[in-house]
Design a protein around this ligand. Structure first.
Ligand code: D5M
Ligand code: FE
Ligand code: ZN
Length: 689
């Protein structure tokens, strides 16, 4: 791939067919300078097959067309990469977008393979935009036209990077480089826009001149089509919200945390879990069947994980499969574990139907039994254990009911040499008209040492971590009529605005940022992360780690479970006396059920993952959620349970549904104890509070 690399250093691209034609001659029969000079005189930066042929003809290395040779090369290449679908040897120059269109329109058959701007990668994998060869993807896009040969890439993602490389790269002396005039329009941006001027795109497009959708894989390989044009970094923007917010730490402010060594790891992130989705058994396999199969696997995995949790409870004896109940001695005591399918109240008590992988059984819980109170706390599709007698007619008479729960006592951690603190935030909702921008900026000032007294100075000084648990921007199209409540009506601008604010978080404070239902992310739970195409500015923050929803972060040996908290909605719907205004109580219910959103088909959409990643498999030291916009905390069996509130004042919608938020309150957690150290309030700077 020497030729490719040498060309890229000089900001030239080569298509695969051209590469395979030229490569055997490179440095033997022609030099890089000769090739570049030739391309330059042809007015293109893309060396495609036609150009390559002409070049070799001029050099007297070939006489006629080289098509046959290329075809052989192609099939060999396909064998090697196993990925590239047929690369056509059409004459398409990507620097002339019109001809791309014409070519693909005039040769529809060639495009039916669904070839999509393929890359041959010899370097690191592309972060996004690897090409689609899977049949689903091809099907989804089969009636789209795709033109153009593919670029051979060394793994550099886009042309923007090529330019950056080129600045320091070896530029052949024979090929003078024209340095374009600077464009002043970007002055207001914090980061200068990449210089597209090296490549002469007469239409000002983004590199390959191709506006057809490129397939980008989102989470779990879900394809997202997007037009390169929409990538914000490629645009010339005249404004960038909050780019003027530039706060630097107060002079002489002493940050103890800057001297304390960081000790953090993301110990659970949905993105790191390898899933094995069910596969169609034959060509007539239906998508619906696969979905059912995926959900089935999810529930099996939920049962398996919960059984493991129950086994750790010394009160619970041997668990037997529901399917084996009919083989047991009548009236003997048995314990089963099952998903709760239904729950009915009778005059004497409750009848539950529970199910495991082997069968279904009814459970009667007499109201007189102590454990009957627990029935109230059982949500649909949660998993419980029941000990009792089996009647032999498909009914268990329950003596004990167990929720998976967490053990009463927590193992104590070793004390830390130095105290460090973590700030918990969520639901910032940047972009909403109701975002408490003044309060948030005051908070940033505070983090930068603008404090009133010694006590606050001590707090600020020891802050080492900051967790943002979702709804970091307000998003777009989240609820009807949201547009009227948006101060920043563009999702790209919202993330840029957020990043402009977060750039003011002192560098020694490490941030963990996860998505919520307002973010550019898969809406169904679990949410693997933000779509990078939209949220790029926050991915670029140097002191931030993007996490999934949910995630577990280990800070100095203490486990912080972070979830956005949509499951709270289901708790409020299903469990009597639960309210949006007391989220910590609802979170305790989730903890007792060891699941972040047990109810299937309720308010919260659950993705068809074959593994249930919403089970709270290990007991955390702290459980943080947001979503309901009310700051509240409590301790349950040694676990600190906290809802981190919001930075958004009451919206019109929330007024209608009587949600009263508590914005701009900042809980500070002492990492050593995983308990609250202080709550700092900035709500006096939040309008409408
Ligand atoms: O959620 C903010 C609050 O609004 C939270 O308490 C849930 C509630 N909410 C959100 N959507 C709805 C609907 N559709 N009906 C009732 N209540 C809702 P956020 O995620 O920030 O919008
Ligand atoms: Fe929210
Ligand atoms: Zn939310």
């Amino acid at each position: 791939m020497m030729l490719v690399e040498d060309l890229i250093k000089n900001r030239y691209l080569i298509t695969p067919p051209a590469y395979y034609l030229l490569e055997p001659h490179y440095k033997k029969d022609f030099t890089l300078a000769e090739l570049i000079k030739f391309a330059k005189s042809a007015g293109t930066f893309v060396i495609d097959l036609t150009l390559a042929e002409e070049f070799l003809k001029e050099k007297g290395l070939i006489s006629g067309g080289a098509t046959e040779e290329i075809e052989n090369e192609e099939s060999q290449m396909e064998e090697e990469t196993g990925e590239l679908t047929s690369v056509s040897s059409r004459d398409i120059s990507l620097s002339q977008p019109d001809s791309v269109l014409q070519a693909s329109e005039s040769s529809p058959n060639e495009d039916s393979t669904g070839e999509v701007g393929g890359y041959i990668s010899t370097g690191k994998p592309l972060q996004s935009g690897t090409f689609g060869t899977s049949s689903e993807v091809l099907e989804a896009y089969e009636d789209q036209n795709y033109g153009g040969e593919s670029f051979v890439s060394t793994g550099i993602e886009d042309t923007e990077n090529l330019h950056e490389d080129a600045v320091d790269g070896e530029i052949s002396e024979d090929v003078p480089v024209e340095i374009p005039e600077e464009d002043d329009e970007d002055e207001v941006l914090l980061e200068p826009e990449p210089e597209n001027e090296y490549l002469d795109y007469s239409n000002g497009e983004n590199g390959n001149g191709d506006t057809s959708p490129r397939i980008v894989y989102g989470d779990y390989g879900i394809p997202i089509a997007y037009v390169e044009e929409e990538v914000p970094e490629e645009e010339t923007k005249s404004y960038s919200v909050y780019s003027d917010v530039q706060i630097t730490p107060k002079e002489n402010f002493h940050y103890l945390a800057a001297k304390i060594e960081g000790d953090y790891a993301v110990v659970f992130d949905v993105k790191n879990v390898k899933l094995n989705p069910p596969k169609a058994k034959n060509a007539s396999g239906k998508e619906g069947e696969l979905l059912v199969e995926a959900y089935r696997s999810m529930f099996i995995s939920r049962l398996r994980k919960m059984r493991r949790i129950f086994r750790e409870n010394p009160e619970i004896g041997g668990i037997i499969d529901i399917g084996k109940l009919s083989y047991i001695r009548p009236d003997g005591e048995i314990t089963v574990v099952g998903l709760v399918n239904s729950k009915k109240e009778t005059s004497k008590g409750y009848v539950l139907e529970i199910e495991d992988a082997t069968g279904t059984v009814k459970v009667f819980v007499n109201r007189d039994r102590e454990d009957s109170k627990k029935v109230m706390e059982i949500m649909h599709d949660s998993v419980i254990a029941v000990t009792g007698r089996y009647s032999g007619r498909g009914m268990i008479f329950a003596e004990r009911i167990y929720l998976p729960d967490v053990p009463k006592f927590r193992r104590k951690h070793e004390p830390l040499k130095e105290k460090v603190y973590a700030v918990l935030l969520s639901d910032i909702h940047v972009g909403s008209k109701k975002f408490c921008e003044e309060a948030f900026i005051k908070f940033l000032d505070w983090l930068n040492g603008d404090v009133e007294n010694e006590a606050h100075a001590e707090l600020v000084s020891r802050i080492k971590y900051m967790i943002l648990g979702g709804d970091v921007v307000d998003g777009i199209g989240i609820y009807p009529g949201q547009y009227d409540e948006l101060a920043i009506p563009d999702i790209f601008d919202q993330y840029e605005a957020l990043a402009n604010l977060l750039r003011n978080v002192p560098k020694h404070i490490h941030m963990f940022i996860g998505p919520g239902n307002h973010d550019a992310a898969r809406t169904a739970l679990p949410q693997p992360g933000f779509y990078e195409e939209y949220a790029r500015p926050i991915f670029r923050l140097k002191n931030a780690t993007i996490i999934s929803n949910p995630a577990v972060i280990r800070l100095h040996g203490r486990d912080f479970l972070v979830a956005h908290g949509r499951g709270i909605e289901d708790v409020v719907n299903e469990i009597p006396n639960r309210s949006h205004h007391r989220p910590a109580e609802a979170m305790v219910n989730l903890l007792k059920l060891r699941h972040l959103a047990p109810t299937f088909g309720g308010k919260v959409p659950i993705a068809p993952d074959p593994d249930d990643l919403l089970v709270i498999e290990s007991v955390p030291d702290l459980f943080q959620a947001g979503h309901v916009h009310v700051m509240e905390y409590r301790i349950y069996n040694g676990v600190f349970v906290i809802n981190s509130g919001t930075w958004q004042a009451q919206t019109e919608f929330q007024k209608m549904v009587n949600i009263v938020p508590t914005p701009a309150r900042v809980p500070i957690i002492d990492v050593e104890t995983a308990r609250l150290r202080a709550v700092i309030r900035f709500d006096q700077f939040c309008e409408g509070v």
